[in-house]
Write a protein that binds this ligand. Structure first.
Ligand SMILES: NC(=O)c1ccc[n+]([C@@H]2O[C@H](COP(=O)([O-])OP(=O)(O)OC[C@H]3O[C@@H](n4cnc5c(N)ncnc54)[C@H](OP(=O)(O)O)[C@@H]3O)[C@@H](O)[C@H]2O)c1
Length: 335
C-alpha cells in the first residue's frame, strides 16, 4: 500500500511517499481503508520536534533519538471504510463507514490502518462516521472535536457561562466555538482578521482581532478560557479568568507547568494542560451533534496523499481556517 513515511525530524521534505506492507488486523482490531486524513498543527510540531530540551529529550527517547523509528507514519485522524475485522470484533462489520483518531500511535497518512475496535489500553478510538459528512469533513473531527468536547465537559459549560477561545479560527477553536454555543455559553473568540466572520458564523457573540487589539487589557472575565496558542504571557491572560474559573492550555511548555502549580497554590483559579482522553462516548456525542446540524467541520483546503509535504508547508505558513485535509485515493480509484 502507499503511505507517507516520516524519515527525519525537521523539514516537510523528510515526508516521503513510499510503498509499504499493508497491515493485518489483530483479533481485536479493524482494518480501515483510509479515505481522508488531516494535517494538524500537532502533526507539524511532531515532525519538527523543535521543543524545549525538557520536552524534546523524552519525546526523542520515545520516537527515536536521531531519526523517527517507533512512529514512522504521521497523521492522527481519519475517516474511511472497514475492510476487514479481527476474530474477536463484534462492534463493526465490513463495509461500515468510520471516523476516528490514532492517538499517539499516529499512522493515518496511509491507504490502510488498523485501529482497536474498542478503546482500551491501545491507542486510538473510532465510531460510526456522521452520515451527513464527507470523508474529508469527518476526518477533521476527532482530534479537534474531542479536545473541544473535553474542555466543555471539564468546565461543565451551561447557559450563562462565559467562554473565551484564543485561536478560535483553527482546528480546536472552530469546534470549541460551536460546542460552547450549543451548550448555551456566551462565546468570545480571538484570532486574525480573516477569521472574524467565520468565528461569528459559528456562534461567537464577540470576536477580537489579535493583530489589532490587546484583549488582555479588557475588563471582561470568563468562566473558561481555552488557549490553543499559549505563545505570549499567560500570566497577563490569567487576570481575565474568574475566581474558580478554568484556563485550558492546549500546548505544554515547562513555564506553563510551573504556572499551573503556582496558580493552584495561590488562588482558586485553575490552569490545566490536558489532552482529551479518547472516549468513544465523546465521539458518539460529536456524531449526534453533527447529524443534528449543530456542529460542522470547517475545511480550508484538501490535498492528495502525494502532496502531504505541501500540506505541511501550507499549515505551517499560518492563516489556515479550520482544518486541512488529505484525500487518500488508491491507485484503482485514481485510474
Ligand atoms: N488539534 C488537536 O486536536 C490538538 C490536540 C491537543 C493539542 N493540540 C495543540 O494545540 C495547539 C493548537 O492546535 P490547533 O490544531 O487548534 O491549531 P490551529 O488549527 O493552527 O489553530 C491555531 C489558531 O490560533 C491562531 N493564532 C495564532 N496566534 C494567535 C494569537 N496570538 N492570538 C489568537 N489566535 C492566534 C491561528 O491563526 P493564524 O494562523 O491566522 O495566526 C490559528 O487560527 C497545537 O500546539 C497543538 O499541538 C492540538
Amino acid at each position: 500500500m502507499k503511505a507517507v513515511v516520516w524519515t527525519k525530524y525537521g523539514s516537510p521534505d523528510g515526508l516521503k511517499l513510499a510503498e509499504i506492507e499493508k497491515p493485518i488486523p489483530e483479533a481485536d482490531e479493524i482494518l480501515v481503508k483510509v479515505h481522508a486524513t488531516t494535517v494538524t498543527a500537532g502533526d507539524c510540531e511532531m515532525r519538527r520536534l523543535q521543543l524545549p530540551l525538557m520536552l524534546s529529550f523524552p519525546m526523542r527517547a520515545f520516537t527515536g533519538l536521531i531519526r523517527p523509528k517507533r512512529i514512522s507514519i504521521l497523521g492522527q485522524e481519519l475517516a474511511g471504510e472497514v475492510v476487514a475485522i479481527g476474530d474477536k470484533v463484534t462492534s463493526y462489520k465490513v463495509g461500515d463507514q468510520v471516523f476516528g483518531t490514532t492517538g499517539f500511535k499516529f499512522g493515518a497518512y496511509a491507504e490502510y490502518i488498523c485501529l482497536p475496535a474498542e478503546p482500551g489500553d491501545a491507542q486510538g478510538v473510532s465510531a460510526a462516521k456522521p452520515e451527513n459528512l464527507t470523508y474529508e469533513e469527518a476526518a477533521a473531527v476527532p482530534t479537534g472535536g474531542l479536545e473541544a468536547m473535553h474542555y466543555m465537559q471539564r468546565a461543565d459549560i451551561k447557559p450563562g457561562k462565559k467562554v473565551l477561545i484564543i485561536g478560535g479560527g483553527g482546528s480546536i477553536g472552530t469546534y470549541s466555538i460551536q460546542l460552547a454555543k450549543t451548550f448555551g455559553a456566551e462565546v468570545t473568540a480571538v484570532d486574525s482578521t480573516e477569521k472574524l466572520a467565520l468565528m461569528r458564523s459559528l456562534g461567537a457573540a464577540h470576536v477580537i482581532d489579535y493583530t489589532i487589539e490587546d484583549y488582555t487589557k479588557n475588563d471582561e472575565t470568563y468562566d473558561l478560557i481555552i488557549d490553543v496558542v499559549g505563545k505570549h504571557s499567560v500570566v497577563r491572560r490569567l487576570k481575565l479568568l474568574k475566581e474558580n474559573g478554568l484556563y485550558f492550555l492546549a500546548f505544554a511548555r515547562p513555564s506553563h507547568i510551573l504556572l499551573s502549580i503556582w496558580t493552584s497554590l495561590t488562588s482558586q483559579k485553575r490552569v490545566k494542560i490536558e489532552s482529551a482522553s479518547q472516549q468513544k462516548d465523546d465521539l458518539l456525542k460529536l456524531n449526534d451533534l453533527i447529524v443534528s446540524g449543530k456542529v460542522k467541520s470547517i475545511i480550508d483546503r484538501v490535498f492528495p496523499l502525494d502532496q502531504v509535504p505541501e500540506a505541511h508547508k501550507y499549515v505551517e505558513s499560518g492563516g489556515k481556517m479550520g482544518n486541512v485535509c488529505i484525500k487518500v485515493e488508491s491507485a484503482e480509484e485514481v485510474a
